[in-house]
Ligand binder design. Structure first.
Ligand code: IMP
Length: 431
């Protein structure tokens, strides 16, 4: 296989950063196709922690080139910071990343509007990351957004920005009763901030297509997770982009007919940040143990994540939406000390049994659990399937059975080496 799409199969934070870093070992191109700095993909390499927000996380491998695809939204201030941190002491990341000129720009007032809207929603808030993602996509779909390509011409840029600022000021003053922003100040600051990025702007769609035609290995890196997808997720508690495999094509600007394989990433349990349904969520006393053992705090916001047992109905739906041919299960080691481990195997809804999570009825779903005995020994040093404790193997087999999808790999720690092949042959990318 010469291309692979990696998507989150839960509500984000599944450990896609580590997985993409592992799989990018043989990739030549890594593409981010949606979202923006709401993502925080963590990679540990040579005892150092790297957090990727907008840059594809496979780029620690020097042979890779990265594309921030047309489906993304970019915060230029944060991108500059990220590039500076990543480039420190290493060869420049600026030369290895292309920004598709169609990608939209997050403006500072998008962040403010994000915050004010959440405040206005009060108890009903989504719990966004506050990065201005929703308002930036709103402008994109309202057909007034500023795109990366607009940063190449000062007149075009200023013309669009002037109209955007006028519209934003109307909202800021009329809806939220706050101070307007100054076009002049913003225009000067933004123009200056975006200069280092100009050389990176190009036609990502052509670059990716050329790589695919040339038989290069291309990895498409999803952000957030399937159940945060704008169409298929637990709406309205979702992000504003297409986080599923379908989004990999539109967000990269290539035909979906190019895509060959899709793998999902899921944690061995479930977490969620922000509001919204979560059938297998644990009460706080019990969630706290998983949170501490798993270090479940947001990579972007530092917020504590809500925690619960593995929800097979949730991941089963992801297998279907994304046509996953295999799953990578992460953070199995976090469960090492548990005497008993539960799995949500389905739900009761109005007297009926549902095998698959359905966001429409999410608030009324009563989770049904099975309990498996824990293995109570460390899996951290396991490097082959038979190294894993028998009960851990049974846990993995049960999950594969419940979601009707093979588990190709299991991750038992944060470093690249801490990976155990299960049904590795099911992930053709690795052949
Ligand atoms: P937004 O993407 O910042 O608008 O946030 C919308 C919802 O998606 C909120 O519930 C966020 O917590 C969630 N979300 C956004 N990005 C991530 C992520 O990278 N991991 C987990 N949840 C996320």
């Amino acid at each position: 296989m010469s291309n692979l799409v990696v998507v989150g199969a839960q509500w984000g934070d599944e450990g896609k950063g580590k997985v993409v870093d592992f799989l990018a070992n043989t990739a030549q191109v890594v593409v981010r196709f949606q979202g923006g700095p709401n993502a925080g993909h963590t990679v540990y390499w040579r005892s150092k922690k790297y957090t990727f927000h907008q840059i594809p996380s496979g780029l620690l491998h020097r042979q890779t080139r990265g594309v921030i695809g047309c489906g993304c939204v970019i915060d230029p201030y944060r991108l500059n910071e990220e590039l500076a941190v990543l480039s420190a002491g290493r060869e420049s990341f600026f030369r290895r990343v292309m920004i598709d000129r169609r990608a939209h720009i997050i403006l500072p007032f998008h962040k403010e509007l994000d915050r004010l809207h959440e405040e206005q929603l009060g108890e009903k808030k989504i719990g966004t990351t506050g990065q201005g993602i929703g308002p930036a996509y709103q402008d994109k779909f309202a057909r007034v957004g500023i795109r990366a390509g607009d940063l190449l011409n000062e007149d075009v840029f200023n013309d669009k920005l002037r109209r955007n600022v006028a519209a934003a000021n109307f909202r800021l003053m009329e809806c939220y009763k706050v101070e307007p922003i100054s076009f002049k100040e913003l225009s000067t600051a933004l123009w200056k901030t975006t200069r280092p990025l100009v050389a990176m702007i190009g036609d990502g769609t052509l670059f990716i297509e050329k790589a695919l035609r040339g038989g290069k290995r291309v990895l498409f890196e999803g952000a957030q997770g399937t159940h945060l997808d704008i169409d298929l997720g637990s709406y309205p508690f979702v992000t504003t982009s297409s986080t599923v495999v379908a989004g990999a094509a539109s967000g990269s600007g290539i035909s979906p007919l190019w895509l060959e394989e899709a793998v999902g990433v899921a944690k061995a349990y479930t977490t969620r940040v922000g509001a919204g349904p979560f059938p297998s969520e644990l009460p706080e006393e019990e969630a706290g143990r998983l949170r501490e053992l798993g270090g479940e705090y947001g990579a972007t916001t530092g917020r504590p994540r809500r925690c619960g047992w593995f929800d097979a109905g949730l991941v089963r739906a992801s297998v279907r939406y994304n046509h996953l041919s295999s799953l990578i299960l992460t953070k199995l080691d976090v469960l090492d000390s548990f005497a008993e481990i539960k799995i949500c195997v389905g739900y009761r809804y109005q007297g009926q049994r549902l095998k698959e999570f359905d966001p429409f009825f999410a608030q009324e779903l009563e989770p049904e659990f099975i309990t498996l005995p824990g293995w109570r020994e460390s899996t951290k040093t396991s490097r082959s399937y038979k190294d894993l404790p028998l009960r851990a193997r049974r846990y993995i087999a049960k999950i594969a059975d419940l979601i009707s999808c093979p588990v190709a790999l299991v991750s038992v720690g944060s470093s690249r080496e801490e990976i155990v092949p299960v049904e590795k042959e099911k992930l053709k990318w690795l052949k």
